[in-house]
Design a protein around this ligand. Structure first.
Ligand code: NDP
Length: 394
């Protein structure tokens, strides 16, 4: 059954409910009526079992899943007597994605989010897509899975939500360019030499947004923007040369669409993911949300500057991946995720993340486009193997 946004008591699943997007999603659900308006089918987490159990009991979820089998017994204990079913591991995540629900928030971090989101897409759930890796890794195969299932795909990433909001379907023929805004992260004004020595603790301190560890570091390196460029291509069906990035340090304009008459439409708001989450949950109606309102007199000015691809090579690598095609986007994603983990563990420096990613992309530049998900998973695994071989062992 195709979900309807107007249906009361919609059944919702939140994949990654214990993360930054997941917690904000549960806040939005509570703001929009909580248990009186929605049923929660499944919630999933990984290590934070205590929060997961608390969320599941508070929302009356039917099932709670920890991705890590090692946490199964503590989750089961924490849920004892609550009536919430406990599950774990990849099979548990897949079960959560496949379980009957109308709307699924895809907010697991990394490639681990792909399989359960695909399961939800294939059975026709509406997908609120926060996880970038689904589109970056599986691209057209993911878009086809959603179309085949018959559900809707509504982006949650603030930039793509912004474009989704201002890209008028009737004016699609007149779209000239998509302009993704980027805050520039904590190292926007730093010289390259200084960036070489930063630690994960410094890199994760984003100036405007409060986010999970991986995306905060990817924002500092601008790999997050690189993934967003690839996502934009698949979501909006534009060519790579129609996607621009502009640094906008205040993060007030979340992105823009430029049309053939010279008009540029922008979506603005406070840097708060709950607006994009609420838009995806209530789509096509705008919900009423308790989030900060913009005070333009206080903001006073909006600044813009061109991104520096010397200091932030991630943007060049995204363009390279889009130009080369094949499996380059999946390879970029897997190599960057591997390098990011090594950076967090202190095994490589900040600037080496891009170097390792580029070398891995070069090594796998001949891979043809995937026609099955198995080919996607194989390319992902091979890219991780090559990237890991370029990282010094502890
Ligand atoms: P967090 O790191 O805060 O949360 C990630 C979620 O995934 C948690 O529920 C975590 O569980 C779970 N998780 C971690 N590892 C695994 C695994 N191996 N298998 C299954 N689940 C796992 O991330 P964010 O909420 O920041 O981001 C989630 C996704 O949304 C990412 O893809 C990110 O790029 C995207 N996104 C995030 C934005 C943001 O503002 N945060 C903005 C736009 C997009 P636990 O915490 O229990 O370990």
């Amino acid at each position: 059954m195709i979900a309807s946004a107007e249906t009361s008591h919609r059944r919702l699943t939140v994949l990654g409910s214990t993360g930054s997007i997941g917690v904000n999603t549960l806040d939005v659900i509570a703001q929009l009526g909580g248990r009186d308006a929605f049923e929660i089918a499944a919630l999933t987490g990984n290590a934070n079992v205590e929060l997961l159990a608390r969320q599941a009991k508070a929302t009356g979820a039917r099932m709670a899943v920890t991705a890590d089998d090692a946490h199964y017994s503590s989750l089961k204990d924490a849920l004892s007597g609550s009536g919430v079913e406990a599950a774990s591991g990849r099979s548990g995540l897949d079960e959560a994605g496949a379980m009957e629900s109308d709307w699924v928030m895809a907010a697991i971090v990394g490639t681990a989010g792909l399989a359960p989101t695909l399961a939800a897409a294939r059975r026709g759930a509406d997908i609120a897509l926060a996880n970038k890796e689904c589109l970056v890794t599986a691209g057209e195969l993911f878009v086809q899975a959603v179309a085949g299932g018959g559900g809707r795909l509504v982006p949650v990433d603030s930039e793509h939500s912004a474009i989704f909001q201002v890209l008028e379907e009737s004016q699609r023929h007149a779209v000239e360019r998509i302009i993704l805004t980027a805050s520039g992260g904590p190292f926007r004004t730093w010289p390259r030499e200084r960036m070489a020595d930063v630690t994960a603790e410094i890199a994760r301190a984003h100036p405007n947004w409060s986010m999970g560890l991986k995306i905060s570091i990817a924002s500092a390196s601008m790999f997050n923007k690189a993934l967003e460029m690839i996502e934009a291509k698949h979501l909006f069906g534009v060519r790579a040369d129609q996607i621009e990035v502009i640094v906008h340090p205040q993060s007030i304009i979340h992105s823009m669409v430029g049309y053939s008459d010279g008009s540029v439409l922008a979506q603005m708001g406070a840097p708060d993911m709950r607006t994009a989450i609420g838009y995806a949950l209530a789509f096509p109606r705008r919900p009423s949300l308790n989030v900060e309102r913009l005070d333009f007199a206080k903001i006073a000015r909006l600044d813009f500057e061109a991104p520096d691809e010397e200091r932030f090579p991630a943007l060049r690598l995204a363009r390279l991946a889009l130009m080369r095609g094949g499996m380059q986007s999946a390879v970029l994603n897997a190599a960057e995720e591997t390098a990011c983990n090594a950076f967090v563990d202190g095994r490589i420096g900040f600037l080496e993340m891009a170097e390792i990613t580029e070398r891995t992309m070069d090594a796998l530049s001949a891979l043809p486009p995937a026609s099955t998900m198995d080919e996607v998973f194989a390319a992902d695994a091979e890219a991780r193997r090559i990237a890991a071989s370029l990282i010094p062992t502890a």
